[in-house]
Design a protein around this ligand. Structure first.
Ligand code: GLC
Length: 639
């Protein structure tokens, strides 16, 4: 090799451009450098400019963050702090405003078609626009995949957290987290606004079912399992699907009658001392951060009158200071606006308190303009902006988003796969809690002569899936693929068994016959958030009428309750031979049939205290014993 050639390679290796003396980032490693013809002189070979440090996958993450931040304008920084819902922004605007995040709220499926492929196309359009910005920073696209990738038609819908709390099986929850991440990665979505790590103290709250349990250690164990499963490194290399424990802090401890947004208790005021706030509501966040969570969503609720979105103490001093949280805090949907009717004041207060990314979610320009004005006026220090953007960028690098921003199309075949449905069925079975079994009527024989099935929840995918399914509020009817509880029952019994179903319990046959058994599958209609706040915890009137009818007519009556929380059944339960809480089982109602017929044992235990009356709610209000205590659950004889 000529001396000149050797000299040139040496210069390149030292990262000194052939045409200039200033050091530049080291070129590609010599091993991969394209060796030019040995006869060419250095002047004939202008050096390829070194790629910016932040684009180099093997560079230290904090060095990448520093490099990228140093290149950003204020507008690009504030763009990164802006999270907009997809109907309120186009890909062109994402590019123009250098937006950092886009989300689908509940039911935010593509307008033209709700399929995994259509989702991937929709997300890809936004991501491509982001990659075409000056610095090519990919967006985070977020969804509430709180029980599977639940806005996507065809995705596997797992039991809501209340059922997983009853199953109390961390390994199962981790497997559900992983399956959820795979189905999300198939659509190019790597940000999940889950798990809910609330510790509900008042089951009148419409979000009780999003919580695992009433006790912090129970929630912490399952929340960290979900985070580990969702963020499993082997999910879709190099991507990592990021969790978002929510809603920080104390969302499950609000007082009835203090709700916001017109709700009774949702988004209300948590009126407890600091010691109680820390003891009850903080442990799940400590566990989730320990498990790898790098984004936390702030709560709409307040603590003794101060909105959490405005709390420097809880968002910055405790979470980022005391707990050392180095990820970023995202606001809830339009929650910043609740701080003050003066939008400028609301934005300044929230960002200074420690909100790093604002789920605006509609008017990007208004937020960007307002925050820009606040920085220029000195009301929000640029150091606070840099801290927020540093946190956001650190997470994006950590997730592998720069290296692989698009969908993993190879995983599309796993969306709604038989394996994931089998997992959903296992989870539905393990969630069921046996609360009464007079005369060991359960498990039922598969050779029973006549089965009379009643109740609206028996044959209704939407009811058994609950809220946050396809639509924000969920929807009754045949809204997702899977098996209803009735279909599970029909598949379980022998060909000789006669199964009669009538949703109101009006039967042709004789349900009092010796060889007859009745199963009433009754439940709540789907709801989400504050729309589910319930003053009386009563079953729907139609379901009560069906129960009355079947209690009268049936010789043997098994009741299965499909609900997001314990309901008041005290006046009815004496007329039942057996009682099962199935919660919100999701895609595979067959899992409930599995425990009714002994295919699987009953293993569920109550994650929430079951009150005799609504006067025993919230926890601690009454000294009288509840109908069933936290942790209660029977097994069937011989198990
Ligand atoms: C909602 C919920 C929150 C959800 C967010 C985005 O209002 O409070 O749990 O993640 O908006 O859908």
């Amino acid at each position: 090799m000529t001396l000149r050639r050797t000299l040139f390679i040496l210069l390149v290796a030292l990262g000194v451009g052939a045409c200039g003396g200033q050091a530049s980032p080291p070129q590609q490693s010599l091993a991969t450098e394209t060796l030019a013809s040995p006869t060419a002189s250095p002047t004939e070979m202008p050096p390829t400019p070194a790629p910016p440090l932040y684009t180099q996958p093997d560079a230290d993450i904090d060095a990448r963050v520093d490099d990228l931040l140093s290149r950003m304008t204020l507008a690009e920084k504030i763009g990164q702090m802006t999270l907009i819902e997809k109907n309120s922004i186009s890909p062109d605007e994402v590019r123009e405003l250098a937006i950092g995040g886009v989300l689908s709220g509940g039911g935010g499926y593509p307008k033209d078609e709700n399929s995994p492929e259509a989702w991937a196309r929709m997300v890809e359009a936004y991501q491509q626009a982001a990659l075409e910005t000056r610095l090519g920073i990919p967006i985070l696209y977020g969804v509430d995949a709180v029980h599977g990738h639940n806005n996507v038609y065809g995705a596997t819908i797992f039991p809501h957290n209340v059922g997983l709390g009853a199953a109390n099986d961390a390994e199962l929850v981790a497997r559900i987290g992983r399956a959820t991440a795979v189905e999300m990665a198939a659509t190019g979505i790597y940000w999940n606004y889950a798990p809910g790590v609330m510790v509900p103290q008042d089951i009148r709250w419409g979000r009780t079912y999003e919580g695992y349990a009433e006790r912090p250690e129970h929630v912490a164990a399952l929340a960290s399992a979900f985070v580990r499963g969702l963020q499993s490194p082997d999910i879709a290399p190099p991507n990592l699907v990021m969790s978002t424990p929510k809603h920080y802090l104390g969302d499950g401890g609000t007082a009835w009658g203090t709700g916001d947004s017109g709700y009774q208790i949702d988004q209300g005021d948590t009126q407890v001392d600091e010691a109680t706030m820390r003891a009850l509501h903080l442990p799940p966040y400590q566990a989730a951060i320990e498990a790898g969570a790098k984004v936390i969503m702030a709560s709409y609720s307040s603590w003794n009158g101060e909105k959490l979105h405005a709390s420097l103490y809880w968002l910055t001093d405790v979470l980022k200071g005391e707990l050392g949280f180095d990820g970023f805090v995202v606001s809830d949907w339009g929650a910043i606006d609740q701080i003050s009717p003066d939008y400028y004041e609301a934005v300044v207060t929230a960002i200074n308190a420690g909100i790093d990314m604002n789920m605006v979610p509609y008017d990007a320009r208004r937020f960007i303009t307002t925050l820009t004005q606040a920085v220029e006026a000195g009301d929000v220090p640029e150091a606070r902006i840099d801290d927020a953007v540093r946190r956001i960028l650190r997470v994006k690098f950590h997730m592998g988003l720069f290296e692989h921003p698009m969908a993993h199309a190879e995983l599309l075949s796993e969306v709604g796969s038989a394996a994931h449905h089998a997992l959903a069925r296992e989870a539905a079975a393990k969630s069921a809690v046996l609360l009464k079994n007079e005369g060991n009527v359960l498990p039922l024989s598969k050779d029973v002569g006549h089965l009379f099935v009643g109740g609206l929840a028996a044959d209704n995918m939407g009811i058994q899936a609950g809220g946050w399914t396809i639509e924000w509020q969920g929807k009754t009817g045949d809204i997702i693929p899977g098996t209803t509880i009735l279909e599970g029952i029909q598949a379980a019994v022998s060909p000789q068994t006669v199964v009669e179903y009538n949703k109101f319990g009006n039967f042709q046959g004789d349900p009092s016959a010796d060889d007859a058994v009745c199963i009433a599958v009754v439940g709540e209609s789907p709801y989400a958030e504050g729309r589910g706040d319930s003053a009386d915890l009563r079953l729907p009137t139609k379901e009560i009428r069906t129960l009355n009818r079947m209690e009268e007519a049936c010789a043997r009556l098994v009741v299965v309750l499909v609900s997001g929380r314990p309901l008041i059944v005290t006046d009815h339960i004496d007329a039942w031979d057996a009682f099962v809480a199935a919660w919100l089982p999701g895609s595979e109602g067959a899992g409930v049939a599995d425990v009714l017929f002994g295919e699987r044992p009953f293993v569920g235990r109550l994650p929430y205290t079951w009150p005799r009356s609504v006067e025993q709610v919230p926890l601690g209000r009454s000294d009288e014993p509840p109908l069933f205590p936290y942790g209660f659950g029977l097994t069937t004889e011989g198990e």
